[in-house]
Design a protein around this ligand. Structure first.
Ligand code: 3PG
Ligand code: MG
Length: 451
């Protein structure tokens, strides 16, 4: 079954079934599917117009009336694909979304500042057009010479993008002869620029290939984790069991050890009949947490939960955040040694005994996957758990283990420690990496041509 599916075409009814029913893990090894896909290395594109979907959904901030890019990782990671296409003499047309403008021309979500930054980083001009379809975009694309680069305006200024409207996908497709998808971060979205346009290009006999970033992401999150060198230690944190339960379930079939941190902990604690005070929790997920504990036991997977916590007492500050929600402050941070948290307090980080236990386990690993912080690391008082784990992961990597890091917050925390260069692979995908780790086939990958 596996090998048949691996070779199956994008129009294969079984693949379509899996995509529709999101039960891909029952049918596929996502990495095997990918290995059958065309990549940008396979393309002959001299003089051809190539539409490249990138994920330039980067964090922006307004400073003195200008939009400043806070983190260029997603831009930097596309440079190898762009440099290869330049070398091959392609005429390059880049398309991306930025934020969620919901079909409106929201000026603060323009990609114009990204064009300037990309030009800086590539050391060559990048043309920008303030639309992603239509006459102006078409004329500019047609005028490109081999090696020239055009960045189109935010594709989500059109609501047809997220609706995956076929006519809109058709308009995008008129811009180019070949389609490359390097937007791993958006590959879990079946939108016009990530999925629909590939179908149109393929239908008229054109090629649809993965970019080098896409290829790397699928290699590390796919192949390396499907056949990990053991011991394989998975570290999962973050706020919600509901966000991670499918990942937990999928990884319980592969990992030797799972280390749990973050607010997810308190749903597990509740499942174990413990008191959780004011901690974040999902009472409706207690059964799911119990089932995960059972599965770990039956599969003989070491499943570690925090044995202590740093707690704080939440207090109203009377202030509102940017979204108009009340800001909660935390007083009297302290170590709570008990598995029960007093009524007035909230769990904010893993405690020193947990740090010690986790940092004893991590160095034994040959493969490490880490997704989700251990606590509220943005607040110095609750950052030690996350930072200690980061140091242990980096240190273990330096001794020869492979480490794969995913999720926006985890990457942010790792960047704060300055250890990003000391891990094996950092994913550019947030939601996409989670969906992939759940074992799903991503629509943006399924739409690519088979080799
Ligand atoms: C991301 O940052 O998660 C991707 O760019 C996808 O964005 P989205 O969640 O708005 O679809
Ligand atoms: Mg997202």
């Amino acid at each position: 079954m596996l090998s048949t599916c691996a070779l199956a075409g994008a129009n294969d009814p079984v693949l379509q079934f899996a995509l529709t029913h999101r039960t891909a893990s029952l049918f596929f090894r996502a990495d095997l599917i990918f290995m059958a896909k065309l990549t940008v290395k396979d393309l002959e594109v001299r003089g051809k117009r190539v539409l490249v979907r990138v994920d330039y959904n980067v964090p922006l901030e307004e400073k003195d009336g200008q939009m400043i890019i806070n983190d260029v990782t997603r831009i930097r990671e596309t440079l190898p694909t762009l440099e290869l296409l330049i070398e091959k003499g392609a005429r390059i047309i880049l398309t991306s979304h930025l934020g969620r403008p919901n079909g409106k021309r929201e000026p603060s979500l323009s990609l114009r500042p990204v064009a300037a930054k990309l030009a800086d980083m590539l050391h060559r001009p990048v043309v920008f057009v303030d639309d992603c379809i239509g006459e102006k975009a078409e004329n500019t694309a047609n005028a490109l010479k081999p090696g020239d680069i055009l960045l189109l305006e935010n594709v989500r200024y059109y609501e047809e993008e997220e609706a995956n409207d076929p006519a809109f996908a058709g308009k995008l497709a008129t811009l180019a002869e070949v389609y490359v998808n390097d937007a791993f971060g958006a590959a879990h979205r079946a939108h016009a620029s990530t999925e629909g346009v590939g179908r149109v290009v393929a239908k008229r006999g054109g090629q649809c290939a993965a970019g080098l970033l896409m290829e790397r992401e699928l290699k590390f999150l796919g192949g390396e984790l499907e056949n990990p060198e053991r011991p394989f230690v998975v570290i999962l944190g973050g706020a919600k069991v509901s966000d991670k339960i499918k990942v937990i379930d999928h990884l319980l079939e592969r990992a030797d050890t799972l280390l749990i941190g973050g607010a997810m902990t308190y749903t597990f604690r509740l499942a174990m009949g413990r008191k959780i005070g004011q901690s974040l929790v999902e009472p409706d997920r207690v059964d799911v947490a119990k089932a995960a504990l059972e599965k770990a036991k039956s599969r003989n997977v070491q499943f570690l939960l925090p044995v202590d916590n740093i707690v704080g007492t939440p207090v109203a500050t009377g202030k509102l955040n940017k979204k108009g929600k009340p800001v909660i402050g935390y007083e009297n941070p302290r170590v709570n040694d008990s598995l029960d948290i007093p009524d007035a307090e909230e769990g904010m980080d893993i405690g020193p005994n947990t740090i010690k236990a986790y940092c004893d386990v991590i160095p034994g690993a040959q493969t490490i996957l880490w997704n989700g912080p251990m606590g509220v690391f943005e607040d110095k008082r609750f950052s030690e758990g996350t930072f200690a784990v980061a140091r242990a992961v980096a240190g273990t990597t330096q001794k020869g283990a492979k480490s794969i890091i995913g999720g926006g917050d985890t990457v942010k925390a790792l960047n704060l420690t300055g250890l990003t260069g000391q891990v094996t692979f950092v994913s550019t995908g947030g939601g996409a990496s989670l969906e992939f780790l759940e074992g799903n086939v991503l629509p943006g990958v399924a739409a690519l041509s088979d080799r």
